[in-house]
Ligand binder design. Structure first.
Ligand SMILES: [Zn+2]
Length: 290
């Protein structure tokens, strides 16, 4: 799943490549992906792309030159991606028989597809007058890349939160843009258990967590920056020290990276670095054993 650094990479790529171009056609191949009906998708036809922005994990293409001046906003969800073509294929998209959810054709012959692998479709597309009309954007918490997001901002967000820090970091209404992968990486860098209660962190813990978040995201952004969409997923995978690396060696201490499995995902951590050597219970197994 693309998280803030990859989405930021996509945004920078699109900003440099499509700003100023006119939208010549938008084809919706998976109607379930389209979450809005007013303005209609056709309102994008003839509009000129005025800018590209990121809100959390959402991409926002602003347009100009038409009455509605709609924004095309999308969220790639778990298995979605953007495929850019210098020369957009002219083949017909057959709804239901393709991973393509949406195709956007641009005035210089280029264009892009939003694609989604798998059967569980959750990629979401919105055509809105204002990005704040997208509920997921309206409720976003502060963005850690924003210069106004300080150590004290983080401390304020954690105060009184009697929930596990892993869940707090992933909660988009608390902090925008961090998901399952980067929360694993941030907690590993902070040498903190994913199960630590947010409200129980002391000042030194919060200092460490803030530094870990800042460093981890800055490194990932630097890695993603300037890469074409096709290379962003590999760049993300390469940068991971524990996430998705169960059974591999922790690059910091040499211990074995462990997983905890949940219904539809897992987290990874290093026992020596993060839990004082304690192995966290596997939620999936313990449920099966009940
Ligand atoms: Zn370790």
């Amino acid at each position: 799943m693309p998280e803030m650094p990859e989405v930021q990479g996509l945004v920078e790529f699109l900003r440099g490549r499509v700003t100023g171009l006119e939208v010549t056609r938008v084809s919706v191949a998976n109607i379930a992906a389209l979450k809005t009906y007013d303005p209609p998708v056709d309102a994008l036809t003839g509009a000129r792309i005025a800018g590209v922005a990121r809100h959390g994990k959402f991409v926002d293409l602003a347009t100009t030159g038409t009455d509605a001046a709609p924004h095309l906003v999308f969220h790639l969800a778990k298995a979605g991606w953007l495929r850019f073509y210098e020369q957009l294929p002219t083949t017909l998209i057959r709804p239901g028989k393709t991973p393509i959810a949406l195709r956007v054709a641009l005035s210089d012959g280029s264009g892009f597809d939003l694609t989604e692998a798998g059967t569980k479709k959750s990629l979401a597309v919105y055509v809105v007058r204002d990005p704040a009309d997208v509920p997921g954007i309206a409720r976003l918490g502060p963005d850690p890349l924003d210069p106004s997001f300080t150590r004290d901002t983080l401390a304020g967000l954690l105060t009184g939160r009697r929930t596990q820090i892993k869940g707090v970091l992933r909660d988009q209404a608390t902090i925008a843009g961090v998901g399952n992968a980067y929360s694993d990486e941030i907690l590993h860098a902070a040498k903190m258990s994913p199960y630590a209660l947010a409200s129980s962190l002391d000042d030194a813990d919060i200092d460490r967590l803030f530094q870990a978040m800042t460093d981890t995201l800055a490194e990932a952004i630097a890695e993603a920056s300037g890469k074409p969409p096709a290379e962003l997923k590999d760049a993300k995978r390469r940068g991971m020290k524990v996430h998705g690396r169960r059974g591999e060696t922790c690059p910091v201490c040499g211990d074995e990276v462990r997983s905890v499995f949940f219904a539809d995902n897992s987290l990874e951590y290093c026992p020596t670095c993060q839990t004082g050597g304690k192995i966290l219970a596997d939620r999936r197994l313990s449920r099966l054993l009940k």
